[in-house]
Write a protein that binds this ligand. Sequence first.
Ligand code: NAD
Ligand code: TYD
Length: 351
Amino acid sequence: MKTILVTGGAGFIGSHLVQALVRKYKDYKILNLDKLTYAGNLQNLSSVEQEGNYDFVKADIVNLSEIQAVFDKYDINGVIHLAAESHVDRSITDPLAFIHTNVVGTANLLLCALRKWQSDNDGFDLFYHVSTDEVYGSLGDTGFFVESTPYDPRSPYSASKASSDHIVRAYQHTYGFPVVISNCSNNYGPLQFPEKLIPLMINNIRHQKTLPVYGDGTNVRDWLWVEDHVSAIDTIYHRGKHGETYNIGGNNEMQNIELVQLLCDVMDEELGREQGSSRKLISFVKDRPGHDKRYAIDSSKIQDELGWSPSLTPEEGFKKTVKWYLENQDWLDNVTSGAYQGYYESMYQDA
Ligand code: NAD
Ligand code: TYD
């Protein structure tokens, strides 16, 4: 049985990925490595934690000896690396945390994986780095990011992800180490920590709290249903060409204000509130420093070469997302109160 190490598997995208891989690949062990920061919620994985091909290890990628110990203990055949500090606003107030986790943490993982590959060439298949389209910088009103777009990161978050992408590529170039990178646009869907735009707005609309839209709300993001990102990662891990980069996007550009208004209208409908009432909660607030204007992805490479495409229309995806958060208000309450952080102690440490 091969073992794939997924880092950051208790986070938003990681928990969708781990659930999908555990269910789909019974002949793989999926080893989830996560530090369980504020963004890591093991309860997201309760549906698979009893499966025989799932295992969890609490470890910090910034700590080289902890990571080496995991590689010494398990026969790891591949890595899908998602663990990161992921929120741009936090990177503005605490940039060093992003350098430590995203740059040093990635370098630590790479070193351990390289040692494994050098000692057992056939036993290690691939190091897959899950990255972001934000490494390419900011677009004007037209154009798209392609795989050859020069890197131009502008926030501490995107600069730390760009650095780690470069280190991953350097390993491929220097050692011939098998790597692949994907750069994806903004994800949305269930289980996203409510500091990010969509779950934050849904939670605030639910409580009839102010909806803070940065600047004039005309910044544009390309939104992708999280399970479509997961299917892209699965596709690239198994069929992507080693040494390559793939852009992943939803072909779904929206201005922030359009998106927030849409969420207000869908929520009004779902909650039986008068149409237009939630829009009154919108408040334009001070802009994010260095706020990137527009991201838009050209994902024709993965579509043409690997046959991947998004499965949901934005209308379906946003409705599904709103419904999930409304049907899982306990999840939101548990996360906003911080109660979720006791789950690891109760389930794992006492065992
Ligand atoms: P997230 O913040 O929800 O989850 C990150 C996970 O990493 C958490 O479980 C956290 O506990 C873990 N982690 C953080 N620091 C760690 C450390 N030092 N050691 C071990 N684990 C640690 O993030 P997400 O939104 O699921 O993003 C996952 C990955 O995908 C990130 O690398 C991010 O850059 C990338 N990405 C995200 C998006 C998006 O829209 N969310 C888009 C493109 C790429
Ligand atoms: P976010 O979800 O933080 O993702 P990213 O910054 O990685 O794209 O934000 C998405 C967009 O929404 C971004 O342009 C910033 C904006 N935004 C707001 O207007 N208000 C908010 O409260 C948040 C969290 C984000």
